[in-house]
Design a protein around this ligand. Structure first.
Ligand code: BGC
Length: 543
């Protein structure tokens, strides 16, 4: 096996503990070949932008050969690149170029389900009920006199039943779209296959994996009914993270990660894995990041927290308490490719943007690993008015709820859509960027002192270089203050950094926190301190 530049940028094996990791939604990041879809060559060209932004690593969403029914989360071949995105050689080039400028690369692994175009599923369709080919997935007979009803009451996360019937009468399980059949992880062949896939990408030099639906691979024995769902007018997806469903967070899923950890550890340079996992309590979520399992789990409570001091305080305290018990770092996520962008969640328009900028300073001052979703550094809002016929999210087709609005291609430069996303004269971008994004492009914000891009650059630089922020070990100490204000201090190396966020209803005069380092909005002086307006945040330093 050829080893493709496995050298990581630094020798710090614990790099992920306090890293800033940038999520690249490849289809919408940068298009080099002019087909209106982002690709690896486009990403490679833009790597210097990401270095200058000041992040430590990139998480690339799936780039594997795929029918793209679910944006690539329907994988047909786990060891190759979809021609839409490039080639394996171009992937290797990205790794080499990224490592050369100090950026690590995490790839998305989708082990819960394959595409229905995967050779295994095609073989299963061609084989008879009860065959070894079907044993790699969940095939079952239906209920009812003629097997006309699904085997149980499980619902797809994307809406509708989680089972589809074949002409031969058997049903197969898909917790997402019917084009995403669930693998049977009780089958040793499935386990061996993915251990080999892990090694394939580790040998190519990747620094880690984001594990898709990490809580879903093991289903309860006997596939029991949930006993709740459409028949009661509610959706099972509403129970996600609140109560244990027989298809999520089963104890045996941890055996899989205990087998994966030694594989990751057998490679040099601190290879890591982050779980996209939903569990009913923080304690159960913490099991995914036991020392012999994965390294991180996304904190979705933070992603879902409202713009309120109480809500943020609760989520932060609970995440930090949990991480202290297990000695694993927390993760913080404000936006990703599955959620409405936080500018819009926090109220949209100027107020939403003000709050999103303040939230960025809050997140980037916290100990642990911060995930930045592409475009949040530009203050992009959700695109709410996409033409229906352009929406591609399979969830939209099944429920009318679409995640396309947070996946619109990044505006890089110029006055006309797609704003430098593709070379001039290209096919229109796969989703259109709105006219208002002209002012939000990278070029329009670069060097503009009060732009959101420059705010992120400044904050990420301070986060990386300030003794109190650059170490996960510097814990937060809450400052006593009035309701609606979040203020905490971190101390290390003889200096302190205090982050103050005003989520209240009146300006706050800060006098006692020290010298101003950065603020999410221009602050005016007030006596010996500063006036921090509502919906603003600032970092202060005391040496
Ligand atoms: C991914 C989604 C995807 C789903 C099914 C999620 O966790 O983030 O984008 O649709 O898994 O693979």
């Amino acid at each position: 096996m050829t080893v493709h530049n496995p050298s990581p940028p630094t020798s710090d094996d614990g790099w992920w503990r306090s890293a800033a990791i940038y999520q690249v939604y490849l289809r919408s990041f940068a298009d080099a070949n002019g087909d209106g879809i982002g690709d690896l060559a486009g990403l490679r060209e833009r790597l210097p932008y990401l270095r200058d932004l000041g992040v430590d690593a990139l998480w690339l969403t799936p780039f594997y050969p795929s029918p793209m029914i679910d944006g690539g989360y329907d994988v047909a071949d786990y060891r190759d690149i979809d021609p839409m995105f490039g080639t394996l050689t171009e992937f290797d080039d990205v790794i080499v170029a990224a490592h050369a400028i100090g950026l690590r690369i995490i790839v998305d692994l989708v082990p819960n389900h394959t595409s229905n175009a995967h050779p295994w599923f095609q073989a299963a369709l061609a084989a008879a009920p009860g065959s070894l080919e079907r044993a790699r997935y969940h095939f079952a007979a239906g209920r009812g006199a003629a097997g006309e009803l699904p085997p149980n009451d499980w619902e797809s996360i994307f809406g509708g039943p989680a089972w589809t019937r074949l002409p031969d009468g058997q049903w197969y399980l898909h917790l997402f779209d019917s084009a995403q059949p669930d693998l049977n992880w009780r089958n040793p062949e499935v386990r061996a296959e993915f251990e080999d896939v892990l090694r394939f990408w580790l040998d190519r030099g990747v620094d880690g994996f984001r594990i898709d639906v990490a809580h879903g691979m093991i289903k309860a024995e006997g596939l029991p009914d949930v006993g709740f769902g459409q028949q009661t007018g509610q959706r099972q997806v509403e129970l996600l993270g609140k109560s244990r469903l027989p298809y999520f967070d089963q104890d045996e899923v941890h055996d899989i990660y205990r087998a994966w950890r030694p594989i990751l550890d057998s490679y040099p340079g601190g290879r890591m894995a982050v779980a996209e996992a939903w569990a009913e309590t923080p304690q159960r979520l913490a099991r995914y990041i036991s020392p012999d399992e994965l390294h991180q789990a996304f904190s979705f409570d933070f992603l879902d927290a409202h713009w309120s001091a109480d809500s943020f305080r609760k989520v932060i305290d609970s995440a930090l308490a949990e991480s202290a018990v297990i000695n694993a770092p927390t993760t913080w996520v404000l936006s990703n490719h599955d959620k409405q962008r936080h500018v819009t969640r926090y109220g949209d328009g100027p107020a939403g943007l003000r709050r999103a900028r303040a939230a960025a300073l809050l997140m980037l001052a916290l100990p642990g690993c911060a995930y930045v979703y592409q475009g949040e550094e530009l203050g992009l809002p959700e695109v709410l008015d996409l033409p229906d016929d352009l929406r591609q999210d399979p969830q939209y087709l099944r429920t009318g709820q679409s995640r396309d609005g947070c996946r619109v291609p990044i505006p890089w430069s110029g006055k006309l859509a797609p704003y430098g996303f593709s070379p001039a004269g290209s096919t229109p971008s796969w989703l259109p960027a709105p006219d208002t994004w002209r002012e939000l492009s990278v070029a329009a914000q670069t060097g503009v002192p009060d732009s959101t891009l420059e705010l992120y650059r400044t904050a990420l630089r301070i986060r990386r270089t300030h003794p109190a922020l650059s170490t996960a070990a510097a814990q937060i100490v809450w400052e006593e203050t009035r309701p609606g204000i979040l203020a905490f201090t971190r101390a290390a190396g003889g200096t302190t950094l205090t982050c103050v966020v005003n989520i209240g209803d009146a300006p706050l005069v800060s006098t006692e926190y020290g010298e101003l380092l950065v603020a999410s909005t221009a602050l005016t002086r007030e006596g010996s301190g500063y006036l921090i307006p509502v919906d603003a945040a600032a970092w202060f330093e005391r040496c």
